[in-house]
Ligand binder design. Sequence first.
Ligand code: AHN
Ligand code: ZN
Length: 348
Amino acid sequence: MQYFFRCVFQLGFYVFAAYWLSACGDKNKDTHTETDLPEEVQAIVLQETPQTLADSALAFVQAQVDFGPRVPNSAGHQQCGDYLVSQLKYYGWEVTEQKFDATAYNQKILKSRNIIASFNPGASTRILLAAHWDTRPFNDKEAKDSTAYTPIAGANDGASGVGVLLEVARTLSQASKKPNIGIDIIFFDSEDYGQPEGYEGEWAPDQWCLGSQYWAKNKHKENYSAYYGILLDMVGAKGATFYREGYSMKYAPSINQKVWQIAQQLGFGAYFIPKNSPSIIDDHYYVNTLANIPMIDIVDFDAHAQESFFKEYHHTSKDDMEIIDKQTLQAVAQTLVQVLYNESAALQ
Ligand code: AHN
Ligand code: ZN
């Protein structure tokens, strides 16, 4: 009942404020500034979508890279996983660690961990955000043969998506007005252990994205579902270009439309290009097909490439902090936060 009255009061307040604002606009067009507004209306201005910070997002990427490659079964992997759990808890999110053994293309057992964090864990309307946190064990797009393989730093392929989502987690937890919908962040493990280029063993399907496949078949909560999901993959490079990826358009076209439109409105049209690109098997493919949650993929593609649609740093030693641009990270983080606040306003 108390809640009901609060809602009625708030509604009345907003109607009044909207009326006041429009009246103000009529009388002295273009002359009023924010500080001219009475206190109640200033409060509304301040309650708008919070700002994400480029430097903060960059620091979250650097922190992961500083652990060294995050290859399953390595010390850097273990330590970085612990760091991610502690950061999410620090920002007040409810954290679930889902530990499992994955079997790689070469039958190796990968000690794996999906890290799941929830904001407003009791809310039934939920949005799922995800990125993979492991990094590729081989620089197989540049090394000539397998004896020369070294693990990559994965600043973009791994750390960037996770860094953006940590920045989203920080921003929401420190915002004065919080969204009222439920939000889940999943850091999928063992995404990037697929067969290397030129591998001579037998090809098998579903060798990538082992963490998302596991989660889609073993959700962290019984009957878990989400309204929709957004996957980030390689979202931190300078000059990144995000096209509407094929499976995203097949399974969640309206989400793609919505996210690209919001990005345009925020002035990020140079990154979010409203054109289609080919499909890629990425974590969203399994969330769509196994978990039946519509999910899009924001992924850095070169739509004009002749051969590979991935960019030149992909799965090479070039994928380090040098190619990261904090403005790209912030553009993606701010777009996500705006998507969440829009849903919060629309779904209440
Ligand atoms: C395939 O190459 C089939 N999927 C790659 C997904 C991926 C790897 N994203 C980042 N690294
Ligand atoms: Zn990769």
